[in-house]
Design a protein around this ligand. Structure first.
Ligand code: NDP
Length: 265
C-alpha cells in the first residue's frame, strides 16, 4: 500500500519541528504516512499546490494561516469563528479546515490551577485564536500590546485592551508572552518597569516561544514564578492535527508519547 502524504506549508519553513514530530508518530503507530515541508512563497497558491502534490493533509504556519482559511471547502465551528486555519485534511476531494493552535495552547496551560485572569502580552495572530478559545472556556483575557492597531479587533470582540501608555499594572493569575520579542533577539515583550510590577503579582508565566530561555522567561524565573515555554503548545497542536490526519484512530496519549521524542532528539 502506498503512503499517505502530508506536509507543512510556510515561509520560512526550514526550522519547523512538525515533520519530525509527525514522522515519529507515523513510525511508532504503524501508520503508512510520510510528512515533509514545503516552502510556499505565494499564499494564494495554497490550494493548487496542495492538490498538485497529492497530499492528504497539511499544517500551515506563518504567514499563510488566513489564506489557509480561505482555501477550505468546509470549516469546523472554531476555525470558522477565528478565521485562522493551521490544519487541512482532504476527505472525498474536499478540503476541511481546523485550528489546532488554540486547543493546543489551552491544554498546555491546563497544568496551572486556579487561573481566572489572564494577561496576554501581544495581539497578533496567535493571540487572536487563543484569546477567543480562552474566553469561551471562562477565562478573563486582557491584552497588552505595544501599539494600538492590532488591539482594535480585540476591543470589538469585547476584550479589555491596553497599550503600554494606557496600562496600570495589577494582579493577573497568568501572564503570557504572545509576542515575537525574544524569538530572534534578546528583547522583553514590554517595558521592564511594567513587567517588574506585574510578574511578582502573578501565579505563573508562559512564553509561547519554544526551545529558548527568553528574556521574559529569565525575568519570571528571577521572581521565582512557575514558568513554561511554548514546547507543549507546539506538541499538543501537533497531536490534535495528527488526530485529524488519521481520522481519530489513535489515543491522544499514544500520539503525544511518540511525538514527544522530537523534543529530545
Ligand atoms: P504576529 O506577527 O501575528 O504578532 C506579533 C505580536 O508581537 C504583535 O502583537 C507585535 O506587536 C508583537 N511584537 C513583536 N515584536 C515585539 C517587540 N519587540 N516588543 C513588543 N511586542 C512585539 O505573530 P504570531 O502571533 O504569529 O506569533 C507570536 C509568537 O508566537 C511568535 O514568537 C511565534 O513564534 C509564537 N508561536 C508559537 C507557537 C507554538 O506552538 N509554541 C505557535 C504559533 C506561534 P505590534 O502589534 O505592536 O507589532
Amino acid at each position: 500500500m502506498s503512503k499517505h502524504l502530508f506536509a507543512i506549508f510556510g515561509n520560512p519553513v526550514s526550522h519547523s519541528k512538525s515533520p519530525l514530530m509527525h514522522n515519529l508518530a507515523f513510525q511508532s503507530l504503524n501508520f503508512k504516512g510520510c510528512y515533509s515541508r514545503y516552502l510556499l512563497k505565494d499564499g494564494s497558491q495554497l490550494k493548487k499546490t496542495f492538490l498538485a502534490l497529492n497530499l492528504q493533509g497539511i499544517n500551515i504556519t506563518v504567514p499563510h494561516k488566513e489564506e489557509a482559511f480561505k482555501a477550505c471547502d468546509e470549516l469546523d465551528y472554531f476555525a470558522k469563528k477565528v478565521g485562522v486555519v493551521n490544519t487541512i485534511v482532504k476527505k472525498e476531494g474536499k478540503l476541511y479546515g481546523y485550528n489546532t493552535d488554540a486547543p493546543g495552547f489551552l491544554k498546555a496551560i491546563s497544568e496551572f490551577k486556579n487561573i481566572k485572569k489572564v494577561l496576554f502580552l501581544g495581539a497578533g495572530g496567535t493571540a487572536q485564536s487563543t484569546a477567543i478559545l480562552l474566553k469561551e472556556e471562562g477565562y478573563e483575557v486582557t491584552l497588552l500590546n505595544r501599539s494600538q492597531k492590532r488591539l482594535e479587533k480585540f476591543k470589538e470582540q469585547g476584550f479589555k485592551t491596553f497599550t503600554f501608555e494606557t496600562f496600570t499594572p495589577s494582579h493577573y493569575d497568568l501572564i503570557i508572552n504572545m509576542t515575537s520579542a525574544g524569538l530572534e533577539d534578546e528583547e522583553l515583550p514590554a517595558p521592564k518597569a511594567i513587567l517588574d510590577a506585574l510578574i511578582p503579582l502573578s501565579k505563573a508565566c508562559v512564553d509561547v516561544i519554544y526551545g529558548k530561555n527568553t528574556p521574559f522567561l529569565k525575568l519570571c524565573k528571577k521572581y521565582q514564578k512557575p514558568t513554561k515555554d511554548g514546547s507543549d503548545m507546539l506538541l499538543y497542536q501537533g497531536v490534535i492535527a495528527f488526530e485529524h490526519f488519521t481520522s481519530h484512530q489513535y489515543s491522544f496519549d499514544d500520539i503525544k508519547n511518540s511525538m514527544k521524542k522530537a523534543f529530545i532528539l
